[in-house]
Write a protein that binds this ligand. Structure first.
Ligand code: DXP
Length: 257
């Protein structure tokens, strides 16, 4: 079981809720993913006006936990204000903290991220920081009070999959007891399985499901991939080797009568 800020969660797949063709498709994708946590952007959803209330009701009816996010925020003050509004709207101290620093890559501004994380944890928030795969930044976020880290594996929406397995492995190695969730850039179930095979605790994804031809079916595929990667990690995988090793041991010589 996954434990996040003292809460036990039965699924290791977290799902974004943006860019689905319709609310009905989103609802079916959530069901098929078996996720227990969806992330919701307060700014984007309420910006759509009339549909905001209906959208939030639907999420509530599905019985999943909401992890509000600060998507679209570009400064510490914007992110902190958005987090406080989200706490009011969703009645949760959980916040997925995003402070975007770069227009083209949507790369987090890690300096502002650490500052915002420090402010929010001091105010009682339980912060899930969307960060890069940088080890030193990860250390600063932990010092700031974060108890979960969410490194990207590639830019948001790129579907590029894990671009730097070494960096992800390094984070896992340095923080064996911190829940690590890969957030952003996953494009295929095999990408999700790959990061889970590194020992990651969970993945959060949006575009790969929302943008699929059949989002609900893709959500189901991701659910199985995440579980497969997790089980494989704990089952003890073989290290690749250069030389062949016969898979069928041969004893003596065959005797032909
Ligand atoms: C939905 C969310 O909160 C993001 O962090 C992000 O959009 C996820 O990235 P992908 O869309 O690349 O999966």
């Amino acid at each position: 079981m996954l434990e996040l800020y003292g809460t036990t969660i039965s699924s290791r797949l977290l799902l974004g809720t943006a860019r689905y063709p319709s609310p009905a498709v989103l609802a079916e994708a959530i069901r098929r993913s078996e996720t227990r946590i969806v992330t919701v952007s307060l700014r984007r959803e309420t910006a759509s006006g009339k549909t905001g209330g209906v959208f939030f009701e639907m999420i509530r009816d599905l019985g999943v936990r909401v992890l509000p996010n600060t998507a679209g925020c570009h400064s510490v003050s914007e992110a902190v204000l958005t987090a406080k509004m989200a706490r009011e709207v969703f009645a949760t101290n959980w916040i997925k903290l995003e402070v975007i620093g770069h227009h083209d890559t949507l790369q987090p501004d890690v300096f502002s991220l650490v500052e915002a994380a420090r402010i929010l944890t001091a105010e009682g928030f339980e912060v899930f920081p969307y960060t890069t795969d940088d080890l030193v930044v990860a250390e600063k976020l932990l010092e700031a009070g974060c108890k979960v880290l969410m490194p990207w594996c590639a830019p948001i929406g790129s579907a590029a999959g894990p671009l730097n397995l070494t960096a992800l492995r390094t984070l896992r190695g340095h923080f064996p007891d911190v829940p690590l969730i890969v957030d952003a850039g996953i494009g295929r179930p095999s990408h999700a399985a790959t990061v889970m095979e590194l020992g990651y605790d969970a993945v959060l994804l949006n575009t790969a499901v929302a943008g699929a031809s059949d989002p609900a079916a893709m959500a189901g595929a991701f659910a199985r991939a995440v579980e497969a990667g997790h089980e494989a990690y704990h089952a003890g995988m073989l290290e690749p080797r250069d030389m062949a090793v016969p898979s069928t041991p041969v004893i003596g010589k065959a005797v032909f009568a």
